[in-house]
Write a protein that binds this ligand. Structure first.
Ligand SMILES: NC(=O)c1ccc[n+]([C@@H]2O[C@H](COP(=O)([O-])OP(=O)(O)OC[C@H]3O[C@@H](n4cnc5c(N)ncnc54)[C@H](O)[C@@H]3O)[C@@H](O)[C@H]2O)c1
Ligand SMILES: [Zn+2]
Length: 343
């Protein structure tokens, strides 16, 4: 049964929550479809792919590049893929980003869908139509905006997802709570990582709520001119930390969110008590709130962040828990605050 139709300006995306992977048979013509997954998922869950033509790519962000796309194109040709071929990305954010991009350029674009298999891909990467690859150190520099035909959620994939990746995904869930949903923030405070980790029903519900949050933000601002920027909460400083400290994305943006709370206190009247609550929640979900970072180096990278415009930087701050806004901060002021906060 179809749960939701997410209508974007160019396309309606059919979303199936709490579905079974076998539903794919109803959605696409097996004979003229190609699945794309990565080697980790394929190794753990090979039986899921036995009925399907499958392209297996290397796992990891370091392989999210044009070379991977070229390899996919070559294999699509070998598989006689034509304009009617349907491509399905079954994987984490790396697989869905690459699949959406490869499908959008193969023969100038063929239809595609996603079966997200990591928490991060389920609540974040597979929603919103951004697809692409990295070019050297430049993340997501090349790509397209194009939505999949469908999103198929089968939570049983999460049983194979390593615990560290579960934790990583919770950073984005906490981000959504901070910027958009005080109630969900409180619910996360009451529950625990272990509660969701041990119950497919509760993680399913939480994921669905998070998909709604991201969809609502994106649909109001598909080309990222305003509202969608809020999704960068914790990410400006977080990305710089990810780069210098070589931390996993979820850990780096957790520290980035703590920094953004401290900045919100200084320039936006966000309360100290609320910063404390955010820190407590991050820790409760086994994510770090501080790290011995090289501030000079981190600041240098931050300055090169693509969100910088002239003398000011657009920075996402919190008004209160569940409410965020974009503030233009003079770089000079941001620098002073950044060096004054404890991380
Ligand atoms: N397009 C967007 O709007 C958007 C938004 C956020 C993030 N992203 C992108 O998403 C990527 C990060 O996504 P990710 O954290 O899912 O990374 P990922 O795809 O690398 O997956 C993380 C790890 O988990 C493994 N894995 C995934 N699902 C599994 C499963 N069910 N069982 C066993 N192993 C599994 C993968 O093989 C990988 O080793 C980044 O490249 C980021 O740029 C894109
Ligand atoms: Zn993120």
């Amino acid at each position: 049964m179809l749960d939701k139709n997410y209508v974007f300006s160019e396309k309606a995306v059919s979303v199936f929550f709490d579905a079974n992977f076998s539903k794919l048979h109803d959605l696409v013509d097996k004979e003229n479809s190609v699945l794309i997954t990565d080697e980790n998922i394929f190794a753990k869950l090979s039986e899921k792919f036995s009925a399907w033509k499958t392209i297996v790519i290397k796992a990891g962000e370091q392989y999210k590049n044009q070379q991977a796309v070229d390899d996919i194109v070559r294999q699509l040709i070998e598989l006689n893929a034509d304009r009617q071929t349907f491509i399905v990305g079954v994987g984490g954010g790396v697989v869905t980003d690459i699949t959406g991009y490869a499908a959008s350029i193969y023969m100038r674009g063929v239809k595609f869908g996603f079966v997200p298999t990591s928490i991060l891909a389920m609540v974040d990467a597979s929603i919103g139509g951004k697809n692409g690859v990295d070019v050297g150190v430049y993340k997501n520099l090349v790509g397209v905006i194009n939505h999949p035909q469908f999103l198929l959620y089968d939570y049983s994939f999460l049983e194979a997802l390593p615990k560290a990746e579960w934790i990583n995904g919770f950073a984005e869930i906490i981000k959504h709570a901070c910027i958009k949903d005080e109630k969900m923030f409180q619910f996360l405070q009451e529950k625990s990582f272990e509660y969701f980790y041990s119950s497919s029903r509760s993680i399913g519900k939480l994921i669905q709520q998070n998909v709604e949050i991201k969809y609502n933000v994106v649909v109001n601002d598909e080309r990222e001119t305003g509202e969608r920027k809020l999704l960068n909460f914790g990410h400006t400083i977080g990305h710089a930390i990810e780069n210098t400290a070589k931390l996993p994305h979820g850990s780096a943006i957790s520290i980035g969110m703590v920094a953004a709370c401290a900045i919100s206190e200084k320039i936006n009247g966000f309360s100290k008590t609320d910063t404390h609550k955010v820190k407590e929640l991050i820790s409760k979900y086994h994510l770090p709130v501080s790290f011995d970072i090289d501030k000079e180096k981190t600041w240098d990278i931050l300055l090169h962040d693509k969100k910088k415009s002239g003398k000011d930087m657009n920075f996402i701050v919190l008004d209160s828990i569940g409410k965020a806004c974009v503030k233009k901060i003079p770089i000079q002021e941001l620098q002073e605050i950044f060096f004054s906060i404890n991380l």
